[in-house]
Write a protein that binds this ligand. Structure first.
Ligand SMILES: [Zn+2]
Length: 335
């Protein structure tokens, strides 16, 4: 596990090393030409898992081997151009385990394993993790949108895998890839004469001791700020007075974007909704510094290093410990 402290501003799964070619991919002739290129690159996926070697590093095929993977794939998407060369994701999920291993062995030499990106994401460079997450996310979207959502007819991939078009000409509904917005928030308790504390909670299903900032999906008809206040009140009974945006993280596990916020409360009372979470507590910076690493199994553990929850907490700790607070003790707002 990478133990370095990630500086604020560096959110994992960001830094995509691709140009997405959003205009070019609408042209069938241009797309056909990309598939014929010698520098064509294909990232294979199987049942939601990316192909990685033991280091771990992403494995991909090029040229004729890449075309062989695309020919065997039940779905594909052009992710974009990397240094001018086309990069595709190929969905090999229709093959059984032996068939996919044989295909990978014949085209790639067989050193890799299909691996859940959520297990190894923190070990990868952010840009590489971003690319693999994108590949996984867009193939998941295809797998979940095989039929038109309006009339139920089969829907077919277009625009290099960035549109599905209903096959019934009378309907012809176009469906574009969707990302579900979720808010995630570090709520800071500001009380006169006391050091600031942050609100962390845990769900019963999590590994023992794991704590995180609170989070939840945005409802239809709701602003992001309203979603932050609602979720914090629903889960922990805490009233949030002000909310400010901090940063975002693609989280295609399977299809979210995490929108990170900082909120302030002046009331320490907590009332946990046990249907939503198991526990929520206020923790000072000094207390959070005693937490173990995710997966270590101690009484209190920080969230995983590749999560925006961890980024929000690290950022808050840095500001509190630097004394970067205003007269009211408000520490983590961007200035
Ligand atoms: Zn339709």
């Amino acid at each position: 596990m990478n133990q370095r402290t990630r500086p604020a501003g560096d959110i994992h799964y960001t830094g995509m090393p691709l140009q997405r070619a959003a205009n070019e991919r609408k042209q069938p002739r241009w797309l056909a030409a990309q598939r014929r290129r010698d520098d064509l690159q294909v990232l294979p996926l199987w049942r939601g898992r990316n192909l990685l070697d033991a280091r771990p590093t992403a494995l991909s095929a090029r040229g004729d081997a890449a075309r062989a993977l695309l020919d065997a794939a039940g779905g594909e998407a052009l992710l974009g151009l990397r240094d001018g060369a086309p990069v595709y994701a190929a969905d090999l999920s229709a093959l059984d385990e032996i068939q996919v291993q044989e295909l990978v062995a014949s085209q790639l030499g067989g050193a890799g394993q299909f691996t859940d990106l959520r297990r190894v994401g923190p070990l990868l460079a952010s840009a590489e993790a971003a690319l693999l997450a994108y590949a996984r996310g867009i193939l998941y979207w295809h797998a979940e949108h095989r039929h038109c959502g309006r009339c139920g007819a089969p829907a077919h991939s277009r625009h290099g895998g960035h549109l599905r078009l209903c096959s019934d000409p009378a309907c012809a509904k176009q469906t574009f890839p969707r990302t579900d917005p979720a808010v995630i928030m570090l709520i800071e308790l500001v009380e006169p004469g006391r050091p600031p504390r942050c609100l962390l909670g845990r769900q019963a299903a999590w590994a023992p001791g794991q704590y995180s900032t609170l989070a939840g999906f945005v409802d239809p008809g709701e602003s992001l700020e309203e979603a932050v206040a609602r979720e914090v009140f629903e889960e922990a009974g805490v009233r949030v007075e002000s909310v400010s945006y901090q940063g975002s993280q693609p989280w295609p596990f399977p299809s979210s974007i995490m929108l990170g916020f900082h909120g302030v409360s002046g009331d320490a009372r907590i009332s946990v909704d046990r249907d939503e979470i198991e526990d929520a507590q206020w923790f000072s910076a000094a207390e959070v510094r005693t937490f173990g690493e995710w997966g270590d199994g101690g009484d209190y553990c920080l969230p995983r290093r590749d999560s925006i929850s961890r980024w929000l907490i690290e950022r808050w700790l840095q500001r509190v410990e630097a004394g970067d607070c205003d007269a009211a003790g408000y520490c983590a707002v961007q200035k």
